[in-house]
Structure formats: C-alpha cells, structure tokens
Design a protein around this ligand. Structure first.
Ligand code: CP
Length: 335
C-alpha cells in the first residue's frame, strides 16, 4: 500500500495504527463498554475541564456534511480535554476545489500526525474506509444512512437521567421502559444506532413511520413496528421524533406537504397525552418545527431535547478519551 506518512508503517511495511479504539458503529461497543462510557460521561458533567487528559493530542473534525450540534460538541469536548482541534470541511477553502478526493485529503492530514479523525460524511461506511487507510483513530460523527453512535450514547444518557436509572445496571439499565421512535427510520442514522443500543440496555423499542420510510423486515431483533403512530406512543415512556431526511430521499419521491405530514405523523399535545404520564420527548435535531413536532411539545415540560445536546458534550469527551486510550485518565464512572 502506497502511503504518505511512512511513520505509520513498520519496517516490514505493515501499517501500524495509533493506540486507542475506533468507534464506527454502536455494535462495536459491548454493553459493559457502553455503560463505562456513560458512567464516565456522567462524572465528567460534574467537572468538565480536564486539560491533562488529551494534552499533546490532535483531533480533526473531518466533516463532509453540515452540522451544528455534533461538530460543536466534539470541538468543545476535545478542547475541554486539552487536545488541539482542527476543523476540516468541504467549504470551498480546501484543495477539494482543485479535485482532491476526500480520502487523499484525509491521508495527507493523517501524515501530519493526527490522533483522532471525527468523521461525518454522506457516504455510508465512510468511517470504515478511513479506518482501513489511516493511522489515526476514527470516530463516526454520522455516515450517510449508516449510524450516529455518539448521538445514541447521548440519548441513552438522557433517558437514564430522566428516569433516575444507573449505567451500572448494564443490560437492565433501561428495563421496563418503552421507547417509541417515530419518523424516517430508513434514512435515520440516529435511529439505526438507537435501535441497536437501547434494547441492549433493556428497553422495549417500538418504531412507527410513513410507508416507505420504515421497513419492518429490516428491524433488529426485539424491535417491533407499530401499526400506527398512535399505537407506538400509547404507554411510551420516551417518544423520540425524527425528521424526514429529505436530502437522502430518492428524487421524485412523493411525500405529503408539511401540514398533512404533521397531521398524520407529527407529535402534538394530543399524542403526548397517549404516552405514559411521566413520558419524555426527545429529538436529536435539527428539528423541523410544525412538521414532525409541534412547537408546544418541543418547548414543553416533557421535552428533554436540550438535555440531549448537553449530554452530547460529556459523551464525546468520554469517546475521545477512549479513542486515544486515555479512558483511565477520566474520573471513575458515576452511578
Ligand atoms: N444531531 C445531530 O447530528 O445534529 P447536527 O447535524 O447538527 O450535528
């Protein structure tokens, strides 16, 4: 394999990777590793500035798609751990404008000695491609219609907090809780990670969505497809709404207009009333207000949407420390 940055190759030409662990998909994390990350994230929320943990390390946010929450929270997380942070985006200022491929750009940055690539891209499977080619560790920040594992971890932390549960309870941490995930399941990478994570923590997970945007045959074992949105929400402890990923829909795909979609698939006060009396409402963002969620619900007392964002920073700190093999330098997991 021809690579710039021969410092990542042993004398025999075999590629060496930096110490640490990649995070491409949530399935790569055993339950005990998930719970350790969540417990350490909880502890970090009490004392979020730990500049000794990643001092001397460099994190690049390598983003080929727009982002508000994920990019900012990864940058904050890396800085709070003392890392140097570089943003590299397809924004017209890079040599992508001269025809350089994203993979060549990544290899060139890698040759400069990056420790962690935090990667977002429209290409499903992009993090795995980077793992194959780079010496740096790779953390998936959302790949096409694949996964968004750190969002799922932030969501799990939000649910644990809301219901007074402990990550120390592992596979039973969310036992007895019914989670309804509603909207565009097929294109929803947040949904894909949550569908693989929440049942492993003991939650009952049910999905609902418009025809063509959810496929009952593709659901992981133990996840059920509700016959209607109302059926999914009845008795739910968590109602997680997803936007339609219009940028990923096949061209010419017919969808109802926003008002019609809201009437059929939008979370409004009536539907919240079908859920458990202590139910919480979640949405990974960005929200399309008045489409999949009503203003009064997004901003109402059940909403934990901004808590998801807050937890995203601590979770990403724990994930970056793990990526650099520095998890042991974080505070002990908090119950
Ligand atoms: N939740 C999420 O991935 O949001 P951004 O696209 O703004 O990062």
């Amino acid at each position: 394999m021809t690579r710039a940055g021969a410092e990542f190759e042993s004398e025999g030409g075999e590629r060496r990777r930096r110490p640490g662990r990649d995070l491409c998909g949530i399935g790569g994390l055993p339950v005990d590793a998930v719970c350790d990350l969540l417990g350490r994230a909880r502890a970090l929320e009490d004392a979020p500035h730990r500049p000794e943990v990643l001092r001397g390390r460099t994190v690049v946010c390598f983003f080929g798609e727009p982002s508000t929450r994920t990019r900012t929270s990864f940058e904050l997380a890396a800085r709070r751990l003392g890392a140097d942070v570089i943003f590299f985006g397809n924004d017209g200022t890079t040599s992508a404008a001269k025809g350089e491929s994203a993979l060549d750009a990544a290899r060139n940055l890698d040759a400069m000695g990056i420790d962690v690539f935090v990667a977002r891209d429209r290409q499903t499977g992009w993090p795995q491609v980077l793992c194959h080619h780079l010496g740096a560790r790779v953390v998936n920040a959302g790949d096409g219609v694949g996964e968004h594992p750190t969002q799922a971890l932030a969501d799990a932390l939000t649910i644990l907090e809301a219901f007074g549960r402990s990550p120390a309870d592992g596979a039973r941490a969310l036992a007895g809780l019914r989670v309804a995930i509603c909207g565009d399941i097929i294109h929803g990478r947040v949904a894909h990670s949550n569908l693989h994570l929440l049942p492993r923590l003991g939650a009952e997970v049910v999905v609902a969505g418009p025809e063509g945007l959810v496929d009952g045959a593709e659901l992981p074992e133990g996840v059920t497809l509700a016959p209607s949105f109302d059926d999914a929400v009845v008795g739910a402890h968590v109602v997680m709404m997803l936007r339609i990923q219009r940028e990923r829909l096949a061209r010419g795909r017919d969808l109802p207009d926003d008002a019609a979609y809201h009437a059929r698939w939008g979370l409004d006060a009536r539907r919240v009333g079908l859920a458990d009396p202590h139910a919480i409402v979640m949405h990974p963002g960005p929200m399309n207000r008045g489409v999949e969620i009503a203003d009064a619900v997004a901003d109402g007392p059940r909403s934990r949407i901004l808590r998801q964002v807050t937890h995203g920073v601590a979770v990403r700190m724990a994930v970056l420390a793990r990526a650099c093999d520095r998890q042991g330098a974080l505070p002990e997991a908090k119950r």
